[in-house]
Design a protein around this ligand. Structure first.
Ligand SMILES: [Fe+2]
Length: 461
């Protein structure tokens, strides 16, 4: 078996349900519950993700382009309540008429170059915030890869409107948060001077000009540094403005350029330097920290950018193979060298850590969704200090959100909350796993299927 084949996995035939439209919006006060919830666990798991890809006669092109739906699981008094609601975005309103109204990740309604130039100035860029949720400057918002955020009510999931907070998200759906502040890395693609920007709340603290910006989905932060992992998947910004292809199709994989690790000093905003390593592709950074003069970055690495077209809707639905990501460590040495190590042989994506305690610092555990036999069929725990790996697999789980037990002394003393698709029942559940052992503690059954989504956050009671 060659390496290429071994590193690919397909969506199971029955799991295509996870890429099937969900139209119903419901509120359930008391979900059917199996097992027992920890007494200390209280609050809401808030998630966003695509839920409708087929609009009238047309379908969007990519998993990432479905219309955003919010989901809420509230744990209180030993029970779990649930609600789900489409985000009432401009993209949602257009779709009601069976139209794809806005520029999505891999779908573009607009064929005319003239209209495209006009659309650079916001109106055409989507507000379909289906990637992540975050609490920024006291407000719960849904995020996508555009410089805006859609505020929502964390209780009713009602859409409250688009927030013009370009600086705090910078167009990245994975801002960092620390002491109530939002830190982000923005890729400013438009205009004649594309640049990477480091952003704190609504202030740009660093700018670095770049000729061919990379597609950046997340960035890494240590206590002292912010690190942008610039893989060689880059764009000529003029093509974005004048070309006729959807957003992501303008990016080109150029492995000969390798990967550049761009390091900024967080305090001064100074560009400290660049480190250069092998080419690989990354969506998700996991964690980063300083270690005796080295900057250590852990991330979910793909061999190349094939993952982007592999997640196209038609290809996924038809069971075409999808590349796997692995948890890898990159050690930036003071002399400019980059050491690369694979931390576990178990594939891992949609990573989570005990963020509030260990982000930016040396840490021990990473959790994520894995792919043993099929596309996302496992939850994985990796001890990054030893490589020891545990897995749990039943149905098709999504991102495992870690919630630590208050007062814990161990990093894995808590639970994982993951939405799991159970095709044999035609529905999904929120599963509660012990974060240390990955044993199942409880399962709250939802009366419908929940399409495969991306990210969520736990809002503690
Ligand atoms: Fe993401």
């Amino acid at each position: 078996m060659d390496d290429t084949f071994r590193n690919m996995v397909s969506l199971a035939t029955d799991a295509v349900l996870g890429l099937t439209n969900l139209d119903d919006e419901i509120v359930v006060d008391d979900l059917e519950l199996e097992g027992e919830l920890p007494a200390w666990l209280g609050g809401s798991l808030l998630r966003t993700g695509p839920a409708r890809w087929d609009l009238g006669e047309q379908s969007v092109n990519h998993w990432f382009d479905g219309l955003a739906m919010l989901h809420r699981f509230t744990i209180a008094g030993g029970r779990v309540s649930y609600a789900n609601r489409f985000l009432r975005s401009k993209a949602f309103a257009a779709a009601k008429d069976g139209r794809i109204g806005y520029r999505e990740f891999a779908t573009d309604p607009c064929r005319s170059a003239f209209k495209r130039v006009a659309s650079l100035f916001d109106p055409g860029v989507t507000d379909n915030a289906n990637v992540n949720v975050a609490k920024i400057m006291g407000k719960w918002v849904a995020l996508t890869e555009a410089p805006m955020a859609v505020q929502f009510d964390p209780e009713t999931l009602e859409t409250l409107g688009v927030q013009e907070i370009p600086a705090s998200t910078g167009g990245l759906a994975h801002p960092h948060g620390e002491d109530g502040r939002a830190l982000s890395m923005g890729v400013h693609l438009m205009g004649l001077r594309p640049q990477y920007r480091l952003i704190e709340d609504d202030r740009i603290t660093a700018r670095l000009p770049v000729r061919r910006p990379a597609y950046i989905h997340s960035f890494a932060m240590t206590e002292r540094h912010a690190v942008l992992v610039e893989h060689p998947y880059t764009v000529n910004p003029l093509k974005l403005g004048f070309g006729s292809r959807p957003f992501i199709e303008n990016f080109k994989w150029s492995p000969e350029h390798g990967t550049r690790f761009v390091v900024f000093d967080r305090r001064t905003g100074k560009h400290v330097g660049d480190w250069r390593g092998d080419p690989f592709f990354v969506f998700h950074n996991v964690n980063a920290f300083e270690d005796s003069g080295d900057i250590v970055i852990d991330l979910c690495a793909y061999a190349d950018a094939q993952i982007v077209p592999a997640l196209a809707l038609k290809r996924l639905r038809s069971g075409e193979p999808v590349p796997k990501a692995y948890l890898e460590r990159f050690r930036l040495k003071p002399g400019g060298g980059v050491e690369r190590t694979r931390l576990s042989d178990e594939p891992l994506e949609l990573p989570r850590i005990d963020y509030g305690r260990v982000n930016g610092r040396p840490y021990r555990y990473a959790w994520g969704a894995g792919a043993r036999a099929e596309f996302i069929d496992t939850i994985v725990k990796v001890d990054v200090t030893t490589g020891e790996t545990r897995t749990w697999g039943e149905g098709y789980p999504g991102e495992p959100v870690y919630v630590g037990r208050p007062g814990r002394t161990e990093e894995d003393d808590g639970v994982l909350l993951s939405v799991v698709l159970e095709p044999e029942r035609g529905t999904s559940s929120m599963v509660v796993l012990d974060a240390a052992t990955l044993t199942e503690l409880a399962r709250a059954r939802v009366p419908h299927h929940i399409p495969f989504g991306f990210h969520g956050q736990f809002n503690r009671a």
